[in-house]
Design a binder for this molecule. Sequence first.
Ligand code: ISC
Length: 507
Amino acid sequence: MQVRQSVTYSSIDSKSLHDWIVKAIAKAQITGSPILFSYSQSWECINPLLLLASKSDPQQPKFYWEQPNADLVLAAAGSVAEVSVPNHDLSDRFDCAKKFIRTHLEDAIIAKHPELDLQRSELSIHIFGAFSFYRNGSNPNEWVDLAVPSDYQSQYQQDYQPAIEFPTLLFFIPRWMIRYTQQACTLTLNDYIQPWDHADEVMDRILNLRSHLSESSHYESPTVHEVNKIIEVQGQQIWTEIVERALTLIHQGHFEKVVLARALDVLADRDFDPFQVLHVLRCEYPECISFLLDYGVGKTFLGATPEVVLQFKAQSDRLWLRSDALAGSIERGKSVQEDQMLGELLLNSEKDMREHQIVIRSICDRLQSMGASVDPQVNTSLLKLSNVQHLHTPITAQIDDPDWLIALDILQQLHPTAAVGGEPRDRAVCFMQQWEACDRGWYAAPIGWLNGNGEGTFGVGIRAGYIQGDRARIFAGAGIVANSQVENEQSETTIKFAALLKALGAI
Ligand SMILES: C=C(O[C@H]1C=CC=C(C(=O)O)[C@@H]1O)C(=O)O
């Protein structure tokens, strides 16, 4: 990927910026604590992904989000504040996320270039991050009847400890962010201002960063790698046995549905370039959200997800909510006729509709349990992606609450939906945690952004994987219900893997 990046910017109003900084220092002195300061101006940017690739330091956190159907691209790097909850920490991660947001956004000063054509209420500090699939401290031994036999554990699981460990919560406020829509492109620079800071020094810090971003740059992807090995982490035979075991438990009434994932390790002769991989995904899957999260330690989680677990927007004392029910899959046809025939087959499949209805029901029940009123109008249609088609039902709801941070409680309640967990959830998740050989990490978990205006979107981290140097671990899961056929579920996951395998240059 060798593309010239040319960036220009409108001339900054130094006087106005200086005045804002003086105000922020005065506020920091009055409160006796640092103040988050955010400055936005219009920006001209040809390609935010290239800007991120060329201007971010490998040690810095980075986030990229491209959602064509919402006309939104966000690219951000660096960190002025972050919170992470490691695996062994038993704190409530959703509570930690809420505290983090409150602490940092409460007294923040939000400033803008006088010529930026946006209301101050439209500007906001954005926070990016992800949760892991499993909550910390969850106990997989809760139901002995779902437990794995000890010989299975020793035989298959010990070699497959996660190669890459991700925290159960990671949220960060970036040092800079590009927000790109068809109408406008804005650059936001964030800084923490201390009571003892001098306005001129803060000005220098902000202007230096802006100049760095505005210098024309050039990004050249590292030499093209070659994939030399693909390893099925658990072995196909074992996955088949797990699906059979799940089917037995479904027939015995232990649960109705469980979503079981396979993982592949893809090894190359040199390092993968995550930006290049994401670039392929964003071109191939424009109906999906392309995302990348790298928390600055050489590990990147990326993918192109067709599924939103929660989108929210605060308006007065009300929060508008949307969640996707996505479950039931079939391949794409080689001709228009075959494709239509396969689509009809999926829409009329009793097994797939049942699998899908379980997801709709579980999302609606959980929204209602939080006090939300769910819109009764639900329409199921086909979502066609390059490699696969799905049954898709968007669910919308509203909740009256003056505190938009209730969105995080709702997210906690929704995750994992029955599209990536199962039903009843606790039993299904207990089974998955014990039988799947490798930790899901951030796979199939919420990843996304929110801002201080009470808006946010969290996608489900599927069609995704981790990249660390010359190795990648990718995941694909399938919902198992009564009447699922093991071979069909296996081929469904193979079709789903194709997205990442292609982007990694493995097929
Ligand atoms: C769990 C995955 O897909 C979910 C989303 C859509 C369709 C699914 C299915 O048909 O099984 C899965 O529930 C995955 O891609 O890893």
